[in-house]
Design a protein around this ligand. Structure first.
Ligand SMILES: [Mn+2]
Length: 287
């Protein structure tokens, strides 16, 4: 039987740089996930409550203090220790770094598919090395990824281009995106979806509206093409204060459904069953 998928909310704006709002996202995504506007069917053909075993663990008690990183890493490690696959609901994008620390302890360095308008590779942003504009710099410095493929990028400045080169990031800019252009992965695969990777016309509820993005169809088709074992995923940066008719929350819920269907179809070997304990992590970077 496929492993259970565990949803975990990470309500925080601790490293948002421009607007607050992402901390309010998890509850709004959950509401759309169970709303009668739709049904539990994924486009893969499987259904939540049938083939897809989805459990909602609620939110972690984050308080926007530095210790939140430890709570996130331990919360994800707890899910992994139960042989489940975590899907995290942000929160700002800074959460991906402490999540990946737990994922890498369980699985070693993973492949990452990252959907975003922004590369989030700043060494530091606004004086904050843990900024939501910096998580992938920390992840790459710490060797948590063996491969990082970013899709939908359309804000590359000189610094972030240099960072992408330094870390060997594979960038598929929005201007170069074509159906089928995302490479195949060896896995295990972690998927991080920043909702501002979508065009603002289908995802207005984000803090950083960046025209020229991916369509909902583009991203669903990217996920449908994946056939690699999935170790975990996150959906981040929904800002409900900016949303219109909950359409971005609805899109986030659809992403959760498709990610859960994908992880059910191609589950990574549960680390608890793998019997391969890995050494503890070094102290966290970015403080
Ligand atoms: Mn972004």
């Amino acid at each position: 039987m496929s492993p259970p998928i565990h949803l975990i909310g990470l309500p925080t704006d601790i490293h948002s740089s421009f607007l607050r709002g992402a901390a309010k996202a998890p509850v709004r995504i959950r509401a759309q996930l169970v709303s009668d506007h739709s049904n539990p069917a994924s486009e893969r053909g499987t259904e939540i409550g049938a083939e897809i075993r989805l459990t909602d663990r609620g939110d972690l008690p984050l308080v926007e203090a530095p210790d939140d990183d430890r709570l996130i890493t331990e919360g994800i490690a707890e899910i992994l220790s139960q042989g489940a696959i975590p899907i995290a609901l942000g929160g700002d994008h800074s959460v991906t770094y402490p999540i990946l620390r737990a994922i890498a302890v369980a699985h070693g360095p993973v492949d990452i598919l990252h959907i975003d308008a922004h590369p989030d590779l700043y060494d530091s942003y606004g004086g904050d090395r843990r900024s939501h504009a910096s998580p992938f710099a920390r992840i790459m410095e710490e060797g948590l990824a063996k491969r990082l493929v970013q899709v939908g990028i359309r804000t590359l400045n000189r610094h972030c281009r240099e960072q992408a080169e330094r870390f060997g990031v594979e960038t598929i800019e929005a201007r170069h995106f074509r159906p089928g252009c995302v490479p195949a992965f060896a896995g295990p695969l972690y998927i991080s979806i920043d909702l501002d990777g979508f065009d603002p016309s289908c995802a207005p509820g984000v803090s950083h509206l960046e025209p020229g993005g991916l369509t909902a169809r583009d991203v669903i088709d990217i996920l449908l093409a994946v056939d690699t074992p999935v170790a975990g995923a996150d959906v981040v940066e929904l800002n409900p204060d900016r949303d219109l008719n909950d359409m971005t929350a609805m899109l986030a819920a659809k992403m959760v459904k498709e990610l859960a269907a994908l992880a059910t179809a191609f589950p990574v070997v549960a680390p608890a069953a793998a019997g391969d304990p890995r050494p503890p992590l070094p102290p966290a970077g970015g403080d």
